[in-house]
Design a protein around this ligand. Structure first.
Ligand code: GLV
Length: 325
């Protein structure tokens, strides 16, 4: 008999085809997000689960399913899974790093350019039929080329964002838990490590790429926004909760910073509706990694992790080193 697994959300059909070769699958191709109690019930008898950032795999879910051996998330971020509880319960957890670095870095640039150069704001105005004539001051924005790019969180995606700035003649500053090796700094357009305060004060365009955790909750709040330049743009492609959205809405409304580009929100998908009243924010629905080929690569990566975890092989992207084989 094949081991039983649950796939919690809709996924590419070929991933299901791959997984059925190894497992007996219950899959949620209907795609309604399970409540915690539904998830607990659906996991009964399953030893593996293919998850996405939309489900919270809490200690309670794991405690109710002690047979569970592997949780394989189709995302690089894994703040939806209680990793410590999983480790205590003997459950392997995996994510999908690397495969989305370039696509996500591209999208950070898309949001930065769109926010700084007011792309969506001016498009809405044009579509509303408001364009009567050319004017010298129509939608004046901020230059990206030649500006100072600030990156908060200089992991693989942060470095990919920095590398792209070479062609824009930008100066790159970053703040990170630790300094990158000199060779990596050089490749990241000679990025320079600075304090968080200096980063906030100096960046013309600040991109957030740090993982969400209790320590990074509201890493950007009213105090941090107050340090930023009045002409600055803020881009968040990391996770909701890193920014205090209420404080950001106030800063954007009062033009204490010029603009923002946001792909992630507190309580998404039910984000703060006040964002919709602001012209100076570009809003996208958590799609930074959503190119056709990257989402497929992420899904394969999660499936391969699950297949390895439930055989005797080493899952390529194991997050709890305690279970290394
Ligand atoms: C998407 O948000 C991811 O973490 O991969």
């Amino acid at each position: 008999m094949k081991p039983k697994i649950l796939v919690t959300r809709a996924v590419f059909p070929e991933i299901i085809d791959l997984l059925v070769q190894h497992f007996e699958i219950e899959s949620n191709q209907g795609d309604r997000i399970y409540t915690e109690s539904e998830l607990i019930a659906k996991l009964r008898g399953k030893i593996g689960v293919f998850t996405t950032p939309s489900e919270r795999i809490s200690a309670a879910v794991m405690a109710a399913n002690r047979q569970l051996k592997a949780i394989c998330n189709m995302a690089v971020g894994f703040n939806n899974i209680d990793l410590e509880a999983a480790t205590r319960a003997g459950i392997m957890v995996t994510n999908t790093p690397e495969v989305l670095n370039q696509t996500t870095a591209d999208f950070a640039w898309a949001l930065m350019l769109a926010a700084a150069r007011r792309v969506t704001e001016s498009e809405h105005w044009l579509r509303a039929g408001q364009w009567q004539q050319w004017r010298f001051d129509t939608f004046l924005g901020a230059d990206v080329h030649g500006a100072t790019l600030g990156i908060l969180g200089m992991g693989r995606i942060g470095q990919a964002i920095a590398r792209r700035s070479l062609g824009f003649d930008m100066r790159v500053l970053y703040h990170n838990r630790s300094r990158l090796p000199a060779g990596q700094e050089a490749q990241a357009n000679s990025a320079t490590l600075v304090s968080k305060e200096e980063l906030l004060r100096s960046a013309d365009h600040l991109i957030l790429v740090l993982p969400y955790s209790p320590q990074t909750h509201h890493a950007i709040g009213a105090a941090e926004l107050a340090l930023m330049k009045p002409g600055a743009t803020l881009v968040n492609i990391a996770r909701g909760g890193i920014v205090d959205d209420v404080a950001l809405i106030a800063a954007l409304r009062e033009r204490r910073i010029a603009a923002a580009g946001l792909d992630v929100f507190e309580n998404e998908p039910r984000f703060n509706p006040d964002f919709l009243t602001l012209p100076n924010v570009v809003l996208t629905p958590h799609i930074a990694s959503a190119s056709e080929s990257t989402r497929r690569a992420m899904a394969y990566c999660a499936a391969e992790n699950l297949i390895a975890a439930l055989s005797s092989a080493q899952p390529p992207n194991l997050l709890n080193p305690e279970f290394r084989r």
